[in-house]
Design a protein around this ligand. Sequence first.
Ligand SMILES: *[C@@H]1O[C@H](CO)[C@@H](O)[C@H](O)[C@H]1NC(C)=O
Ligand SMILES: *[C@@H]1O[C@H](CO)[C@@H](O)[C@H](O)[C@H]1NC(C)=O
Ligand SMILES: *[C@@H]1O[C@H](CO)[C@@H](O)[C@H](O)[C@H]1NC(C)=O
Length: 336
Amino acid sequence: MELDNMISFILFCWLEFLSSITVTNAATYNLSRSWIGSGFYDDFTFRTFDDPTHGRVNYVDLDTARSNNLSFASDNAFVMRADSTNVVPSSARGRDSVRIHSRETFSDGVLVLDVRHMPIGCGTWPAFWTCTPGSWPVGGEIDIIEGVNGIGTNLASLHTPPGCTMPTTGRMMTGNFTGNDCVSGDGGSNSGCGVSDPRPRSFGQSFNDGLGGYFVTRRSATRGIATWFWPRLDPFLPYDISNPSSSSIFESLWSTPWANFPSSPNMCDMTDANLLSPHEIIFDLTFCGDWAGSVWSGSGCAGDAGWSCNDWVDQNPNAFADAYWEISELRWYVEA
Ligand SMILES: *[C@@H]1O[C@H](CO)[C@@H](O)[C@H](O)[C@H]1NC(C)=O
Ligand SMILES: *[C@@H]1O[C@H](CO)[C@@H](O)[C@H](O)[C@H]1NC(C)=O
Ligand SMILES: *[C@@H]1O[C@H](CO)[C@@H](O)[C@H](O)[C@H]1NC(C)=O
């Protein structure tokens, strides 16, 4: 190779290298929307359908939730809770609780949740997630906070139609994968591809004892989905996340995510709307059902004393006093 050819070849490689860095590099995001207190009533709807995961739950509408104080808003808090005063008749649909969906849908960007308390207690199954409003699993689902009985640590999962698998190495995350095929729906397992956070503070009683914390989820069609979590008093909590008035946030400040679901053209192409479409943001709290109900025996809950999960939920209202979400703020950022 002649010298000037050599130089242009090296230059070409260098530029290719730089552009590959730009693709994988951390981005800056600007504030687009935020929800505090009664702001949730404007932009989220209360859903009252039967729980698709077969929980022992009766999702109530906005008026019922507010008049029974199952939902409450102040200047700095938004609360959603289970009924913890009434015995549920066996003929009823289940224990009163709340499930809300955002009116709008969201795609690429960063969702920051500042949450002080999550629902705990035997039989509970809370979740904070995003999902296609279409015909699941087409368009996908991203579970950000999920677990059962207030026990164990947090699990994040991705659910898609066939055609999305996670690499077995090089995922750059501190959590532990529980499955690498994200396929969900008829004929397959519904567990998707999960990642569990090994930190006890990430879920349940221990999360609440730590005064809650911050869940940050980045979605990028080309780079994939990543989630970070910091307990409220974590000395490594980045200032752009803890500051409620941050108008810009910087991914480069956040270190390694605990869960990472990379997008790649061959294994999981998140630019494909069949796998990942615009999503609603959802909070819910159900009881028993497909997950909490199926692990009820041997979970350390009252199943070990002979109660069925549904009977426990129906007959022990006091056991649901801590079954509530208390949210400080939810923010949505888009790439700057
Ligand atoms: C409603 O719930 C909120 C939040 O838990 C609480 O502060 C308030 O006292 C409750 N109101 C009534 C009337 O019970
Ligand atoms: C999770 O993964 C880490 C390494 O990434 C490993 O040290 C740890 O033992 C794993 N924990 C569990 C519960 O598998
Ligand atoms: C993001 O915010 C910065 C600082 O205010 C501003 O300079 C930039 O134009 C914003 N980007 C977009 C896309 O709005």
